[in-house]
Design a binder for this molecule. Structure first.
Ligand code: CA
Ligand code: CA
Length: 337
């Protein structure tokens, strides 16, 4: 019970943080209406180069490792010239939290929340993990809340990050991206129009979608993702949903989403998901892609595309990167599983 020796000021500060950093809206137990997503995640509400000074990138760490979060969930890292995704690789708490973390605006984060209680996908030995972490923060029910910046030492630093990814908050507000390096957000805005119908339809055919484009939900953003001075257009095409977030499908149609990128005359398929035709109108059709973010995570001059796929009571955060003209998933984090 070492946390009792903490000063009352620290305890109060952490409890205030705890009160402010409850779970994100992403964990809502019902499908999120896309209409709501569009009003809360419009580019207009995002900081741009015009309204917010862009912080200078800072060295991530002595060894150059950059760690990434999406809406507070741990995505993974870029280190030694390679991607390390949190869904496939092991990380230790000390590896991730032995240095300062910043939000997208260069401000230091203030708390991390780990699930140390019983449950699938959490710490292998919750009681041992809780005991090791206890000197570095406060145990609250099934959660451990660590004030940041934090530096864990000894055995605590060697505790494996659970597959059920932990959440980091910044002043209790949902935010899109944080790292231990300040990574500027490029200027972006809602595009004036969509990709040409023919090119969009052709790209959708490659994933087996041949529906009438006019019945689909189309949204497009413009951003110079490769820094050549010309804007690319990223379009998200997906199943239309009603006000409650339920997919509107005709008989034989499948729920899907696809991100298409137009770069000059070329249209590239960035990412897509089409539900299994064996499953019809059950919860497996309740997936949708949210508004993407553009950030150059690995510093090669081309932005990665980061987005959330929300499902019924769970979901994923993805980062996709373009290598030799092809987009591939490089980072993935799950929540609610
Ligand atoms: Ca460009
Ligand atoms: Ca990049």
């Amino acid at each position: 019970m070492k946390y009792k020796v903490y000063s009352m000021a620290l305890v109060c500060a952490l409890l205030l943080t705890l009160a402010a950093c409850q779970r994100t809206p992403a964990e809502s137990p019902s499908p999120s209406p896309l209409a709501e997503e569009e009003t809360t995640s419009t580019p207009a509400s995002s900081p741009s180069a015009e309204t917010t000074p862009t912080p200078e990138p800072t060295p991530a760490a002595e060894d150059g490792t950059r760690y990434f979060f999406a809406e507070g969930y741990f995505l993974g890292a870029w280190a030694d010239g390679a991607w390390h995704s949190s869904d496939t690789e092991q990380f230790t708490v000390g590896e991730v939290f032995d240095r300062d973390y910043y939000d997208a605006w260069g401000e230091t984060l203030n708390a991390a929340r780990f699930y140390v209680g019983e449950g699938p996908g959490e710490f292998e030995d919750p009681k041992r993990a809780a005991g090791l972490l206890e000197p570095f923060g406060i145990l609250e029910g099934d959660d451990f809340i660590m004030k940041l910046p934090g530096q864990l030492t000894g055995e605590a630093a060697q505790v494996n990050v659970p597959a059920y990814n932990f959440y980091v908050s910044f002043e209790g507000q949902p935010h899109y991206f944080v790292s231990n390096a300040v990574i500027p957000e490029p200027e972006w805005h809602t595009a004036d129009g969509f990709l040409p119908d023919g090119a969009a339809a052709q790209a959708l055919e490659t994933i087996g979608i041949t529906y009438d484009l006019s019945k689909l939900k189309r949204t497009a953003w413009a951003c110079d993702i490769d820094g050549d001075g010309e804007e690319e257009i990223l379009e998200r095409i997906q199943t239309t949903r009603d006000d409650n977030g339920y997919a509107i499908l005709a008989r034989g149609e499948q729920c899907f989403y696809a991100f298409l990128l137009q770069d000059g005359d070329r249209v590239e398929l960035v990412s897509s998901r089409v539900n299994d035709p064996e499953f019809g109108d059950d919860v497996t059709t309740h997936f949708a892609a949210d508004t993407p973010q553009f950030r150059d995570l690995d510093g090669d001059g081309v932005c990665e595309i980061i987005f959330q796929e929300h499902c019924w009571e769970w979901g994923y955060y993805y980062a996709f990167s373009r290598t030799d003209g092809a987009w591939k998933q490089v980072l993935c984090s799950s929540y609610g599983m």
